[in-house]
Design a protein around this ligand. Structure first.
Ligand code: PGA
Length: 257
């Protein structure tokens, strides 16, 4: 089955002023113009969303938030409502990124609540899962993935699963320059699909896009993306640079020819 690759650029807390965002995007837009066989999503910090939305109008690049809260409004100082994300043009939202889980103590239960709300609000969730280095070294990767899949996707219907993108991001590979080998990544992507067959069915498992994330760059993107079960990338560091991100997007485009 042919799944449309999806490349997400997660700027984290790096390019957050409107001018920093603009500087990068005026370079990126012409570089990826006309590429329609790959979904391209940029996730800037909240403070740049509105400016980025204006810049991306009439381009083939979509907008995403990096996080959100599970309520639409209320006394939640410092949080962001899915409604606000929508109002500034977000189509996607990253949920459960390992930095949210590890630095801000987000639990699987919280990610599950956010996921349900995002679906209710028609935002397309990019849900991140992945293991720590110690867990991999202890041979517990699959156990961790199984647990995260069960808890994060608790009570998510088959219909809703169709709009979700899963990002497999081994935590030891994020921002470290250490990439999982294409074989290591593919093994876990296949495992995630097996779990989706058990929990839902083969049709769902075959249709869900699973991105790889963790030090993806032009040098390794083609090898990773050419694996059968790797349907895109969630890119941090390299997404801050227009040429590097465009090269990754073009590597994804190549796999569709
Ligand atoms: P990285 O980040 O590409 O800088 O490793 C990936 C991510 O955190 O999504």
């Amino acid at each position: 089955m042919m799944r449309k690759p999806i490349i997400g650029g997660n700027w984290k807390m790096n390019r957050g002023t409107p001018s920093e965002a603009k500087e990068m995007l005026v370079q990126l837009i012409p570089l990826v113009k006309g590429i329609n066989s790959v979904d391209i999503v940029i996730c800037p910090p909240y403070t740049a969303l509105s400016a980025v939305n204006n810049i991306l109008k009439n381009s083939n690049i979509k907008l995403g938030g990096q996080n959100m809260y599970f309520e639409e409004k209320g006394a939640f100082t410092g949080e962001i409502s899915p409604k606000f994300l929508q109002a500034v043009g977000c189509e996607y939202v990253i949920l459960g990124h390992s930095e949210r889980r590890n630095i801000f103590n987000e639990s699987d239960e919280l990610v599950n609540k956010k996921l349900k709300k995002a679906l209710e609000m028609n935002l397309k969730p990019i849900v991140a899962i992945g293991e720590h280095l110690e867990e991999r070294e202890a041979g517990k990767t699959k156990e961790i993935i199984l647990y995260q899949m069960n808890e994060t996707f608790k009570d998510i219907t088959k219909e809703d699963m169709k709009t979700i993108v899963i990002a497999y991001e081994p935590i030891w590979a994020i921002g470290t320059g250490k990439t999982a080998t294409p074989e290591q990544a593919e093994e876990i992507h296949v495992y995630i699909r097996e779990l989706l067959i058990q929990k839902y069915d083969k049709e769902i498992a075959d249709s869900i896009r699973i991105q790889y994330g963790g030090s993806m760059k032009p040098e390794n993107a083609e090898d990773l993306l050419s694996k059968n079960n790797i349907d895109g990338g969630l890119v941090g560091g390299a997404s801050l640079n227009a040429e590097l991100l465009a090269a990754i997007i073009k590597a994804a485009e190549k796999t569709t020819n």
